[in-house]
Write a protein that binds this ligand. Structure first.
Ligand code: ZN
Length: 428
């Protein structure tokens, strides 16, 4: 692996200094070179001179996807066009897509971060990395390829789709690592079994991301592909793309590269930081990004920070897997609840399936009520429903701090829905 542009850090103190320095640089850079950021800071009555250390971060205004779209096609641009060497985009769920610019240094930083991911996943330069994610305007394919080359392993850039070519490469080139989305990984696991190729491929690891996934999905993918382990990789186009963090071999959360960006976790309602370990919205501030720096950018993604040093000894801090979108949050009797937390709990509860519905309404006493409808697991005994419901009610009260009524429905009694389907029905 070639020497990265940013030297490695050894202690948390060094990391803090790096962050403070990067924060000062980013704020001065954005203020001097982006009319958008200058206006925002003027409106918030803050200048680069006010930002001296990490505590001052909270004086800066937030930015959002809406700001990106209003600035279409080159939002947050903070360098002259002569310095922009590439763009990537992501689709907005509504309106124009988000376009993000990169300078050559941004591309190099991204490659360095991504190479670090491959290193953390325990790859060597002898590994053959088959890339099954999208190339083109998306950040995924370009990012995996760039990182693989910077790391020094061999990239096999197949892209998504075309299973025949994938299996041809897996068998003939004996690729050892597969990079894919969770659903592509599952599809390839099923196809490996269907084609009877388990003993003819040489995969050892899967690096997968871009979607929420359950532990069950992950185990099925690992088993079907016959790999030793898999690694969850987060990615956000606004923040370079994938490669800004990865799980380590202990699989206890995602180490994120805090020498390239600061992560805050806030309550999406009050915009105040949540207590340590509580679920909230991820807000990122970049420390080196030139073309389109992010200052307190609200990602809408939910997670929680994981405190304490990881058993692997890496000083880079960790956050949990993504637990959904902050737009899905609801409040019941003053408690913030995220559907992802309910998903997570139900995926561990053997007596029920993964489908559920939340119904919020008001009782005769005018107080808010929450009903959780779940499905009995296949083959489970309906006479156990009452004790199952009581157990779930008790667990949710303990873990989410909400009181709710659980109704157990028949197996497959709830409507089958798409991934982004509506599960919360607010009738208040
Ligand atoms: Zn670790």
């Amino acid at each position: 692996m070639s020497e990265p542009t940013v030297p490695r850090l050894k202690t948390e103190e060094e990391l803090g200094e790096r962050q403070a320095e990067g924060l000062r640089w980013t704020v001065s850079h954005a203020y001097a070179n982006s009319p958008f950021y200058r206006r925002r800071m003027e409106e918030a009555h803050v200048t680069p001179d006010d930002i001296r250390n990490l505590k001052d971060l909270r004086r800066l205004p937030f930015t959002t996807a809406d700001d990106l779209q209003k600035g279409y096609p080159f939002p947050f641009l903070s360098v002259p066009f002569e310095r922009v060497v590439r763009i990537h985009t992501s689709s907005g769920t509504t309106g124009k897509r988000k376009v993000l610019c990169y300078t050559q240094r941004d591309i190099d930083d991204w490659a360095d971060m991504f190479a670090r991911c491959f290193e953390l996943a325990g790859l060597s330069r002898r590994d053959r990395v088959q890339i099954a994610v999208g190339y083109g305007l998306w950040t995924a394919g370009a990012g995996f390829q760039l990182g693989c080359e910077r790391f020094g392993a061999m990239a096999v850039p197949v892209g998504p789709g075309n299973l025949d070519i994938h299996f041809e490469m897996l068998v003939d080139l004996q690729s050892t690592v597969l990079c894919c989305t969770a659903s592509m990984g599952l599809l390839m696991a099923d196809e490996t079994e269907r084609r009877g190729l388990r003993n003819r491929i040489a995969l050892k690891k899967v690096i997968f991301g871009a979607e929420r996934h359950s532990d069950a999905m992950r185990r099925r993918m690992e088993k079907g592909l016959g790999v030793e382990e898999s690694f969850d990789i987060p990615g956000l186009t606004e923040l370079y793309g994938p490669g800004t963090g990865l799980e380590c071999r202990y699989h206890q959360g995602i180490h994120y590269w805090a020498d390239y960006y600061i992560l805050e976790i806030i309550d999406p309602n009050t915009l105040e930081p949540v207590k340590d370990g509580e679920v909230g919205e991820m807000v990122v501030t970049t420390l080196r990004k030139e073309a389109a720096p992010l200052i307190r950018y609200r990602t809408r993604d939910l997670t929680r920070s994981l405190s304490g040093r990881c058993p692997c000894g890496n000083i880079m801090p960790r956050h949990d897997r993504l637990l959904g979108r902050s737009d899905d949050m609801f409040i019941i009797r003053g408690v913030n609840v995220y559907p992802g937390q309910i998903d997570e709990y139900l995926s561990r509860e053997k007596g029920v399936g993964s489908e559920y519905q939340v119904i919020l309404d008001r009782g005769q006493d005018a107080r808010d009520r929450m009903t959780l409808r779940v499905e009995r697991a296949a083959g489970a005994d309906p006479s156990e429903d009452a004790s199952l419901a009581a157990r779930i009610e008790e667990e949710l009260r303990k873990h989410l701090l909400v009181r709710c009524k659980v109704q157990v429905e028949d197996y497959q009694g709830l409507p089958r829905t798409e991934r982004k389907s509506r599960r919360v029905f607010d009738k208040r």
